[in-house]
Write a protein that binds this ligand. Structure first.
Ligand SMILES: [Zn+2]
Length: 80
């Protein structure tokens, strides 16, 4: 998996509750038979900690339809 800031297609985008980054719904790391968040430094579960990107965007309309890979998207975007 690349860590470059490429965008993730909106229809496949999901978000990790643990590391607050987006990835494609078909990606995961399999460790001891468990599907984990694809980011190597995160131990989030690819099912339990996975939210639809649409749900995050509903809370944060300023976020893009297609999130960037590796970018940090807090559950609640800071407001000025
Ligand atoms: Zn994660």
């Amino acid at each position: 998996m690349s860590t470059e800031e490429e965008s993730i297609a909106a229809k496949f985008a999901v978000w990790c509750l643990r590391c607050e980054r987006a990835y494609s719904a078909r990606e995961f790391r399999k460790v001891d038979g468990v599907r984990l968040c694809p980011y190597p430094d995160c131990d989030g579960d690819a099912a339990l900690d996975q939210w639809d990107w649409a749900r995050i965007r509903h809370e944060n309309p300023i976020y893009p339809a297609s999130p960037l890979r590796g970018h940090f998207y807090p559950l609640h975007a800071r407001r000025r």
